[in-house]
Design a protein around this ligand. Structure first.
Ligand code: GAL
Length: 646
């Protein structure tokens, strides 16, 4: 169940066999290699040097390791860019983003698509049947370094074609976008421009379509690689390594073509990146917040249709956050078990050895840069390897009782039209997820439109456009469903819902939203009734068709929570107290057993096994019979892990 990321091209051949033997001895069985090696595979146009890679595969395979081979398309070499500079992406201001790091490509440049096909085909033909290769990783972290949206001439040409296919006529596009406004009407698709560089805000419908188009380009690019690999590497899996808190393209869509999803887990780095308060950042600096990595495990299990790996696990301090603390002793082990508890099939550390050169020299590995020994993270990984060997195979994950509907388009729409500067979709979903986890609940994260059957409680923090498929899934859900602010507020074309928000959800909860207010920091409004707390950032003036459906009211008497049977609409952004009270009430109503955990302890179940994790500084006594414990003890120390049979 353990893996590691390895760069044979960074080290002398003399150490490969020793590295491989030490990996195996630690309990590592998977090694990902190759994803940035283009300049060594093809140093000059057409001059292929594949021998070293074959040798590396042979050495790793001979040691008993299974290889995940990455396609090297995140790093086209200098000669290729010099030959075809129009591969380069363009930023919103029109500046070309140049060579010198990675991901310097536009998903719409025809010559880039051709070159990608060429290199993937060469590798798939050459190594498709190599016995050491268990599977393939397409590219590396699509979209990293803000590379999904590109604003160059190739992007424009491809966008126009996409629009033409979607709308058929320019009249239909004008209508859908509302181009009569400010005289934005167009006479032909060739007049469409990219939604950037204007005097003020460009049309939100145009921006949403540009985002959808860009997301489709990523999925099409990935599918192109997948088809080539499948043709030459039968029986091998294909995955892609996604990122954390990253919504720039629809991951569910891309996941449909993969055998499973993978993601790159850097829990400490993400604490610096997520909009936590300063106090939270300080508090969680060395452990991470207890829901940061788990949210992504649950998301990517959904993207991978039940299957996921952690392809890159933080092994120590990273190099890329504003501050990069050392994880508290025990945390690397904790992160590994936390991933496994959420159903990860493999947890693969990034990277085997710290590089002493180039951009990531300050990023830890499992081994020190001089190869004199294991880093502290490497020692913890060794401990995990031994513990997993003792535990034996882990049981399969079961479906959770709670589903959280996560929607990439809602993330785009709230960024395109925030209306309140701090209406951050990522934060809203995170806070709802956190509240569910603090009650000891397991959560599945699913896309809108997915079947909701079998879930006792469905959480929809916000879903701006409710498609027909999503509406049908909500109507068919047997459990309780709770929708948050702005749900159903927009049409597919980014107009206000014809019957007023929440649009099609009015069939399920008879309310209409007449006005909305965003609230600047410091402004909030109390909520009292069956749930209590306050709203901040956002509130709505809603009218319930039947006042008897109002379950909680704002301090000014207006409806805050309206329920019809087991369908509930919340008219604002809940503060910490309200989200807690709301989730507890919903869980009770749905008949779910809950716990009251301290805010730094979490529990997660993998089939019949329970796992507990302590992100705090105090011991915690678990309400578990000592005789059922498989790993650890009832007393859960800081950074501790306990596993038991339920
Ligand atoms: C990931 C990336 C790796 C490496 C790592 C450093 O985002 O896939 O190549 O850069 O971050 O933390």
């Amino acid at each position: 169940m353990l893996g590691v990321c390895y760069y044979p091209e960074h080290w002398s051949r003399d150490v490969w066999a020793d590295d491989a033997a030490r990996m195996f001895a630690m309990g590592i069985r998977y090694v990902r290699i190759g994803e940035f090696a283009w300049s060594r595979l093809e140093p000059r146009p057409g001059e292929m040097h594949l021998g070293w890679l074959r040798e590396a595969l042979d050495v790793l395979g001979a040691a008993g390791l299974k290889v995940v081979l990455g396609t090297p398309t995140a790093t086209p070499p200098k000669w290729l860019i010099d030959q075809h500079p129009d591969i380069l992406p363009v930023d919103e201001k029109g500046a070309v983003r140049g060579f010198g790091s990675r991901r310097h490509t536009s998903f719409s440049a025809p010559v880039w698509l051709e070159q990608s096909r060429r290199i993937v085909e060469i590798l798939a033909r050459e190594f498709g049947l190599h016995p050491a290769i268990a599977g393939w990783q397409t590219d590396n972290e699509y979209g990293c370094h803000s590379t999904v949206l590109s604003y160059g001439p190739h992007d424009l040409a491809a966008f126009r074609l996409w629009l033409e296919r979607r709308y058929g006529s320019i009249a239909a596009l004008n209508e859908a976008w509302g181009n009569v406004f400010w005289s934005m009407e167009l006479n032909a698709f060739s007049e469409v421009s990219l939604p950037c560089g204007a005097v003020t805000e460009t049309n939100p419908a145009a921006r949403l379509d540009f985002w959808r188009f860009s997301s489709d380009q990523v999925a099409a690019y990935d599918l192109m690689q997948i088809e080539i690999i499948r043709a030459h590497a039968p029986g091998r899996f294909i995955t892609h390594n996604f990122m954390g808190f990253f919504h720039e393209f629809d991951h569910f869509k891309l996941g449909e073509n993969l055998d499973f999803a993978s993601w790159d887990s850097y829990p400490l780095g993400f604490v610096e990146r997520f909009p936590f308060s300063e106090a939270e950042r300080r508090r969680w600096a060395e452990t991470s917040h207890p829901d940061v990595a788990p949210l992504h495990h649950d998301l990517y299990r959904g993207v991978g249709r039940g299957r996921f790996w952690v392809m890159e696990q933080q092994p120590g301090p990273v190099n890329w956050a504003p501050w990069n603390p050392i994880p508290r002793p025990g945390q690397i082990r904790l992160f590994t078990f936390e991933a496994l508890a959420h159903g990860a099939e493999v947890v693969s550390y990034f990277r085997w050895r710290q590089a002493s050169f180039a951009q990531e020299q300050m990023h830890a590995g499992l081994n020190l840069p001089d190869n004199s020994g294991l880093s502290p993270g490497g020692q913890e990984a060794t401990q995990v390897g031994a513990e997993l060997a003792r535990l034996g195979p882990l049981p399969a994950s079961a479906k959770a009782d709670v589903a959280l509907v996560f929607d990439y388009a809602s993330s785009w729409m709230t960024r395109i039209q925030p209306q309140g500067q701090d209406f951050n979709y990522s934060e809203l979903t995170f806070r709802w997820y956190e509240a569910a986890r603090r009650l000891g609940l397991d959560v599945d994260i699913v896309p809108p439109g997915a079947s909701l059957s079998g879930y006792k409680l469905v959480l929809v923090p916000s879903l701006l456009h409710v498609s027909d498929a999503a509406a049908a899934a909500f109507a068919a859900a047997a459990g309780d469903v709770l929708w948050g602010p702005r749900s159903g507020s927009k049409t597919r074309d980014f107009s206000i819902a014809a019957s007023l928000p929440p649009g099609p959800l009015q069939e399920l909860v008879p309310v209409r939203v007449l006005e909305v207010a965003s609230l600047r920091p410091g402004l909030s409004l109390g909520v009292e009734g069956e749930v209590s707390g306050a709203v901040e950032r956002w509130r709505e003036h809603v009218v319930a068709a039947d006042p008897a459906d109002i379950r909680a009211r704002f301090a000014d008497g207006q409806a805050a929570l309206v329920s019809k049977g087991n369908r509930h609409y919340l008219a604002g952004w809940p503060d910490a107290a309200l989200v807690k009270s709301l989730l507890a009430a919903m869980a009770a109503k749905a008949g779910l057993g809950t716990l009251t955990l301290p805010d730094d302890v979490r529990i997660r179940h993998r089939g019949p096994w329970g796992f507990a994790f302590n992100y705090g500084t105090q011991d915690f006594t678990l309400p578990v019979d000592e005789s059922r414990i498989l790993l650890g003890s009832r007393n859960l120390p800081p950074s501790g892990v306990t596993v038991w049979q339920r």
